[in-house]
Design a protein around this ligand. Structure first.
Ligand code: NAI
Ligand code: 15L
Length: 266
């Protein structure tokens, strides 16, 4: 199934650089965008620089687009004013442009930090109330809520991916529970774009890890079936990292070290 005319934001970032070549052959057109420098356009691509907080640029960016994979924005905890521009003003600009151009579906890169203040000894699903662990998590919760509003009011479907930790391999003990391989990321994004009915869905972006804090049962209609697991990395990660200090909030809460970030000076 062709993904049609697809926009990929955040194309210069770590996950954007992974997804760009994987999505290109599936699209009739892949338009890639970022504020940071991007590789030159390949056949079947358009490269369009744009800042998310630039409303006019975003309106023109979405012209003629069928669906969006929205990875762009601030991807770690930062001062509120920085997060505000990229992740709150920016996501509003994206959805308004989508509404004006009749875009049908958006895959929104949310984050596990929307629920980072749940404990590592509990398993939650996407129906649990949000408990963000910082301004970054709050901004992703805003994106999830805004996308729900645009679905209820305007029928724009969104799949919010609460991505765990998507890296070449888990980097520490925590990521044994949160890891999402790049291949599974691709599977999840493609499933989100091609599910016959997506509505407004929130799904945790994780591989088939043996230990997990998240239950994706409410998103089974997407048809996402992870094929990788953090388990082959477990012995090495446990040997490399001494046992966790269970008085440390980073070892207690699912958000890990994000619970230590800030406050930031103005
Ligand atoms: P990244 O930081 O490598 O890429 C984000 C891209 O967005 C960058 O290329 C940056 O230039 C661009 N960007 C930032 N502010 C912008 C603005 N105002 N206007 C236009 N472009 C802007 O992040 P990464 O790892 O590739 O993550 C992609 C998305 O997935 C992010 O939204 C992040 O929050 C989310 N995510 C990633 C996780 C991971 O494990 N890599 C985990 C959870 C969520
Ligand atoms: C995120 O949301 C970040 O974008 C990423 O850099 C990782 O730190 C990830 O969460 C995580 O929780 O491991």
């Amino acid at each position: 199934m062709s993904l049609g005319r697809l926009l990929l934001t955040g194309a210069a970032g770590a996950l954007g650089r992974q997804l760009r070549p994987r999505l290109r052959p599936r699209c009739s057109l892949l338009r890639v965008s970022d504020v940071a420098p991007m590789e030159a356009a390949q056949s079947g691509e358009e490269v369009v620089p744009a800042a998310l907080e630039d409303r006019a640029a975003m309106l023109s960016l979405l012209e003629g687009i069928d669906a969006v994979v929205h990875l762009g924005g601030v991807s770690i905890e930062k001062a509120f004013d920085v997060v505000l521009q990229g992740n709150i003003v920016g996501v509003y600009n994206l959805y308004e442009a989508a509404r004006k151009h009749g875009v049908k579906r958006i895959v929104f890169a949310s984050s596990n930090h929307v629920t980072g203040y749940y404990r590592q000894d509990e398993v939650i699903d996407a129906n649990a109330p949000v408990r963000p662990d910082g301004y970054y998590g709050v901004s992703k919760a805003f994106g999830e809520n805004l996308s729900r509003f645009y679905f209820d009011r305007y029928g724009i479907e969104t799949v919010c991916l609460r991505i765990g930790s998507s890296f070449p391999e888990p980097m520490d003990r925590r990521m044994l529970s949160t890891w999402l391989s790049y291949d599974d990321l691709e599977r999840l994004v493609v499933a989100s774009l091609t599910a016959p009915v997506a509505g407004h869905t929130i799904v945790y972006g994780m591989s088939d890890n043996k230990s997990t804090w998240w239950d994706n049962t409410p998103a089974r209609h997407l048809g996402y079936r992870p094929q990788d697991s953090s388990e082959p990395f477990r012995a090495a990660k446990e040997a490399a990292q001494p046992r966790l200090d269970l008085n440390d909030p980073a070892a207690i809460y699912q958000g890990g070290s994000f619970v230590h970030k800030g406050p930031f000076e103005d």
